[in-house]
Design a protein around this ligand. Sequence first.
Ligand SMILES: [Zn+2]
Ligand SMILES: [Zn+2]
Length: 286
Amino acid sequence: MTEVRTDPLTGLTVAVNGRRQGRPRSRGEDCPFCPGGTEAPADYRVRRFPNRWPALDGGRCEVLLHSPEHGASWATMGIQQALTAVELWGECTAELGARPDVAYVLLFENRGADAGATVDHPHGQAFALPDVPHAPAAQLERSRLLGRCPLCEEPAKELVVAEEGGWRAWVPEAPLFPYALRLAPRAHVPDLPGVTAGGLRELAGLLTTVFGHVDALFGRPAPYLLWVRQRPTDGGRWPWAHLYLEVNVVWRAAGVPRYLAAGELGSGMYFTPLEPERAAERLRGS
Ligand SMILES: [Zn+2]
Ligand SMILES: [Zn+2]
């Protein structure tokens, strides 16, 4: 059983689940996610299933397979496959979000051992959370207090890495990791189910372009953390919700991990050794 505890001093929530230390790590051979593997007995294009090692109880954790090809990535799978994968994200958001016990659907992907992935087959995950978690709630509250949506504003030209129709990718002005990217529709769309079929195709194209740049910059597939922020599904209106994806590469150079260290976790202030404008220029040039 998972127990969600709140630190009485900091107010941060932690899900405690002792069973997950036993989960297998799998690389290459005997991949459970390849067609014919334990989690994917039949052929598939994309696939969703409950996580066998859930971090939370109550059918709240799913795995989303983005491609049947073990070595595929956003950069190489092709726009049609990327589109099928982002359509799966949208379906997953709509289905889990419709549950009365789900207030927030968090989609995310950890790629590579340095990013904590236990299986190296291309896959994402979904958490169907009973409450709106702290980070998206704080961000929505910030926009409400500002009285404007920062994602509706044009980023500085020097920070933009790629554009695809109504979508754009840029390096945030104040990124947590040297190589970070934000991908968002220009229009104030709240969530993936609200994106048109054409918009999803543009997102698929942008993911292909952006990860092509990321992997070219490092000369090999770089480990990253990706998450999707979208409107809570608790039935509230949430007028400030503007869909976006955030990507943080956990290397500062090829093979050199960038750790969040004591000065940062201790202060809540982050330090980056690379000007975001320079990071954008390097990403564009790769
Ligand atoms: Zn595989
Ligand atoms: Zn907006």
